[in-house]
Design a protein around this ligand. Structure first.
Ligand SMILES: Nc1ncnc2c1ncn2[C@@H]1O[C@H](COP(=O)(O)OP(=O)(O)OP(=O)(O)O)[C@@H](O)[C@H]1O
Ligand SMILES: [Mg+2]
Length: 382
């Protein structure tokens, strides 16, 4: 049974006990009913209870139902008001409707009709109230969006400055990289006969590795910087996934990894940036290949179209993700591949690109069993 507090609330105002009590009995199973024997008492209850509908008699001693209606409207412009009119008092009913009543019912009333009229009027009030709430939510959302926009503008100017910074940093870094390689070569030649690597060579290798990492980071930043600059064009997600899989095939084979794909025939078209989307999907597939390399496991890439979106799923039978790390994998620079290739920017970039395309990315993983990444992208209406 529904708790009394969950029931819609109806306020009945009628000076005559007969109709008042019969309405209470009629409505009690489905509504929380409040009754008042005059306008004054009704208004008090209206303020206290905020009912979803008010049923008021028109003809009452003292303040009439019409006076009552005026006062109700001053207090709550949206609550549904149903007027009870004497038989044949059509003119009064019309006047009430003009004054803002929502419905009327002739006395003596028919139980079924009464239930119907109340049902639809309660619904009307509720819809209206949700509408008012929605309007408030929209206003709140608007304010938040404005704030975000201001923040984005700040970030955009910062982004512009850092794009220039990244570009300028590239040149000296390329020079350092060149000299490090030159030195490494010289050292290698001078130590050719020694057999084992000298301490100097080892240290130089660390420098080299880290300069390489810096260059990779710069390349990533530069390509990521172009996300907003390139206008979105229609792209086929399934064609793009097919290309990425093709591109990764050699790498998978070298690592003894089985790479399977199951792509739908539909083009799965959306407006987007194909370079960025390629990179986003590539990151996830490469991660999967890396995760299964040791085990020589399997990576399955699928592309499944649903009505308005497409799911790109990358499933692997690799080492999985520890629960404690789950929350961090999308953070920039989070990596468990230290010393290897990892910069920890892969998934961060993927998530950003997917979200720029109004999509989402989800991950399910069981340590030692495998991981599934699902990228969901909304499609163009067609
Ligand atoms: N398929 C996967 N299986 C297991 N762990 C994964 C998988 N994909 C991502 N991870 C975990 O998430 C971390 C972050 O991934 P991300 O792609 O961002 O960086 P990375 O692969 O370490 O380095 P990068 O992609 O920058 O070369 C990884 O280091 C790894 O621990
Ligand atoms: Mg990665």
């Amino acid at each position: 049974m529904t708790a009394a507090s969950d029931l819609p609330q109806v306020l009945v105002i009628d000076d005559e006990m007969g109709p008042r009590e019969s309405l209470r009995m009629l409505l009690k199973p489905n509504y929380q009913v409040y009754t008042a024997d005059c306008v004054e008492a009704g208004i008090k209850l209206l303020k206290e209870k905020h009912p979803d509908a008010v049923i008021t008699d028109i003809r009452m001693p003292g303040a009439s139902g019409i006076d009552g209606l005026r006062r109700i409207r001053e207090i709550d412009p949206h609550v549904a008001v149903i007027m009870l009119t004497g038989f044949g008092a059509l003119e009064t009913a019309q006047e009430a409707l003009r004054l803002g009543a929502n419905d009327y019912i002739n006395k003596p009333f028919d139980a079924r009709e009464m239930r119907e009229v109340i049902g639809r009027n309660v619904e009307r009030t509720r819809l209206h109230r949700t509408g008012v709430n929605a309007a408030e939510e929209i206003k709140e959302l608007n304010n938040r969006l404005l704030k975000e926009l201001a923040q984005k503008e700040r970030l955009a100017s910062l982004g512009q400055a850092s794009a220039e910074f990244v570009h300028d940093l590239g040149n000296p870094l390329t020079i350092v990289w060149g000299y490090v390689q030159l030195l490494a070569k010289k050292l290698e030649e001078s130590e050719k006969d020694n057999g084992a690597k000298s301490q100097n060579a080892k240290e130089l290798q660390i420098i080299e590795q880290n300069v390489r990492l810096c260059r990779e980071l710069l390349t990533m930043w530069q390509s990521y910087g172009s996300v907003e600059a390139t206008p979105h064009k229609p792209i086929s997600v399934s064609a793009l996934v097919r290309e990425v899989v093709k591109g990764v095939t050699a790498m998978a084979a070298q690592n003894g990894v089985e790479l399977k794909s199951n792509l739908c025939d539909d083009a799965c078209t959306l407006l987007g940036d194909s370079t960025q989307m390629t990179r986003a999907i590539q990151n996830v597939i490469i991660n999967a290949v890396q995760a299964v390399s040791e085990k020589k496991g399997t990576v399955t890439v699928s592309c499944v179209r649903k009505d308005f979106y497409v799911d790109v799923r990358v499933e692997d039978t690799g080492y999985g993700i520890a629960p404690a790390q789950m929350a961090k994998i999308f953070d920039p620079y989070f990596t468990t591949k230290q010393g290897k290739s990892g910069t920890g920017l892969g998934l961060y970039i993927t998530k950003k690109v997917v979200e720029d395309h109004n999509g989402s990315i989800k991950v399910d993983s069981t340590p030692q069993v495998g991981t599934t990444f699902t990228i969901r992208l909304p499609l163009l209406n067609n």
